[in-house]
Write a protein that binds this ligand. Structure first.
Ligand SMILES: Cc1ncc(COP(=O)(O)O)c(C=O)c1O
Length: 362
């Protein structure tokens, strides 16, 4: 028997699920009605009242509420949480901000997303940093004398594998790419023992495109150079060249996040948090496990995975099968370079979505 998170009531809050078996939150989550309404209300206010002092105060208030909401999901203080535009931006802030030199090494895994690989390639090309790639399960033991950072997924995007718990004990900074982690599985940055955790608002937190978050410990933050500065991350923006950066994680904030996006993201987290995060995680992980089981029973090979919300499985022609399923109202994605389709299972899904996928595959 699957745990019910009042999923039926959660499900009703997502218009896309009325007609579509939406299994694609690993790309972009479904938007809840309340989030769309919150964004529309901000735009209407801006249209009616204009955008002057009060508008910017409102933006500040919304940002502060969203920061607190994300921090509580990460299990850290709001002071350690920056608001970014996406996971990749947070990753870039950390890797680009560390003082790294030729000969230094970053350990990563061989199943990373371009969002992390891009920043690693930049460190290699621009600063001659060596990049050592091992399997995700081996990243902790791969740390050597030249390693200055471990940067890898919390949850691997290709098949839903988890980073090893041993990362909590390594003695170099650890940056986790949490794009497939936050909102999907329980996250407690203290327990993970990471120094930085970069995540997305638009995936498992069901917010709009263009919102993310970055957790950093004060110790790591002290070491990060911040070359990109503007009104949002300056301590005293009107103090000219003496403006200085915010003392806390706001120094890593994105340059400009709109009120409508922030309000939309905030409302989405409130919808998801409604049934309680633990229940949401239990429901989505059990439903994903059920899908993996049913796929295997139906003769589809399931890619190695952990207890997460992603289920990748063998397809004879992934792009063609994805397109055929989409015509039947079943939305998932294929994984470039692997013979897999990937289903993302959320607490908003139910067994009817799984049945539609399985009968579409038959
Ligand atoms: C593991 C992983 N990292 C990074 C990204 C990039 O995310 P964003 O668009 O939030 O930068 C993705 C997107 O799918 C991802 O799956």
């Amino acid at each position: 028997m699957l745990p019910t998170v009042k999923t039926s009531t959660l499900r009703e809050k997502f218009p896309v699920l009325r007609a579509i078996a939406y299994l694609n939150a690993g790309t972009d989550g479904p938007l809840p009605t309340a989030a769309i309404q919150a964004a529309a209300a901000e735009l209407e206010r801006e249209a009616e009242q204009g955008r002057a002092q009060r508008h910017f105060e409102r933006r500040g208030e919304l940002s502060s509420d969203l920061r607190s909401a994300y921090a509580s999901i990460l299990g850290c203080p709001a002071e350690d949480t920056a608001l970014t535009s996406c996971t990749s931006e947070g990753i870039g802030q950390v890797i680009g901000g560390l003082e790294l030199h030729a000969g230094d090494e970053i350990v990563t895994s061989d199943e990373e997303h371009p969002g992390l690989l891009g920043a690693l390639a930049a460190a290699h090309e621009l600063r001659e940093v060596s990049i050592r790639m091992v399997s995700l399960g081996e990243v902790a033991e791969a740390v050597g004398p030249r390693t200055k950072l471990v940067a890898c997924s919390h949850v691997g995007w290709m098949s839903g594998s988890l980073a090893p718990a041993e990362l909590a004990d390594v003695d170099v900074p650890v940056l986790l790419d949490g794009a497939q982690g936050i909102g999907a599985v329980p996250v407690d940055v203290g327990v993970l023992g990471c120094d930085a955790y970069a995540g997305a608002g638009q995936k498992w937190l069901c917010g709009p495109d263009g919102i993310g978050m970055l957790h950093t410990t004060p110790q790591l933050r002290e070491r990060l150079m911040v070359s990109r500065r503007g009104y949002s991350n300056l301590g005293q923006p009107n103090a000219g060249l003496q403006a200085g950066l915010h003392e806390d994680a706001r120094r890593l904030d994105s340059m400009s996040l709109s009120a409508e996006s922030v309000a939309c993201a905030l409302a989405a987290t409130q919808v998801l948090g409604g049934p309680g995060w633990l229940a949401v995680h239990e429901c989505s992980c059990s439903l994903a496990a059920l899908l993996a089981e049913r796929l295997a029973e139906s003769g589809r090979e399931v890619a190695p995975r952990d207890a997460t919300t992603l289920v990748s499985f063998q397809s004879p022609d992934p792009p063609a099968e994805r397109a055929r399923l989409a015509e039947q109202g079943v939305i998932l994605r294929d994984i470039p370079g692997r013979p897999w389709l990937r289903a993302s299972v959320g607490a908003w899904n139910d067994e009817s979505d799984i049945e539609r996928l399985l009968s579409g595959l038959a």
